[in-house]
Design a protein around this ligand. Structure first.
Ligand SMILES: N[C@@H](CCC(=O)N[C@@H](CS)C(=O)NCC(=O)O)C(=O)O
Length: 203
């Protein structure tokens, strides 16, 4: 049985939950709160003391981008991770944005508001203001970030953008981005999380 160390409010853990749910795989959620993450047992799974961590038998993998890339390679090779070298390169762009600008902008603003993280708000706001228009413009004539279907680019980039209102960002200012997060939340099997519920698209 796959075990996923995470928490209900973690957008990074949600990337993995989305991939597992869309793939129709069974898994067991292991809640790893702040105290647990500092324990010796948890650090043996992830020396970075962070969630998510994916455990399948004796295979242990940390980092949400790495985990969704692994799941794509294992279960949807040449589809979720790109059909062509060009698509693979484009997908990597979004995995990098997910780990960098999307985390250091919208996700940190949310973490400050919801969890009291101490952040450099000016910098996080500047990072958010830089990435949000880029995503919105990219989605002008397309439904998905890369190609004509869901890929791990969408899975990795979407949670902290969908959850941006938790950090005080109004997604109505970015309607193409907002509608893309709604498209994802309407996909069969989408797992709800607080702040981003599964919902069918309006007719
Ligand atoms: N690059 C990692 C970042 C993981 C991360 O920042 N996890 C947060 C929760 S969403 C965490 O565990 N924070 C606790 C800490 O950094 O001490 C990933 O994408 O999985």
């Amino acid at each position: 049985m796959i075990r996923l160390y995470g928490s209900a409010m973690s957008g990074n853990a949600h990337k993995v939950r989305m991939a597992l749910a869309f793939l129709g795989l069974d898994w067991h959620d292991e809640v790893a709160d702040a105290a647990t993450r500092q324990s010796e047992a948890f650090r043996a799974l992830n020396p970075m003391a962070q969630i998510p961590v994916y455990v399948e038998g004796d295979f242990i993998l940390r980092d949400s981008q790495a985990i969704v890339a692994y799941l794509a390679a294992r279960h949807r090779p040449g589809d979720w991770d790109g059909r062509t070298p060009e698509e693979r390169g484009q997908i990597m762009v979004w995995l990098s944005h997910a780990a960098n600008e999307i985390f250091n902008g919208p996700a940190l603003l949310r973490a400050e508001r919801l969890f009291g993280w101490s952040i450099d708000r000016e910098r996080a706001t500047a990072v958010a203001e830089r990435i949000l228009p880029v995503v919105d413009a990219h989605l002008e004539n397309r439904d998905w970030l890369v190609g004509d279907r869901l890929t791990i680019a969408d899975i990795a980039a979407s949670p902290y953008l969908a959850l941006a209102p938790d950090g005080g960002i109004d997604l109505d200012a970015w309607p193409r981005l907002r509608d893309w997060t709604r498209r994802i939340a309407a996909l069969p099997g989408f797992p709800s999380m607080p702040g981003w519920p599964a919902a069918p698209l309006a007719a």
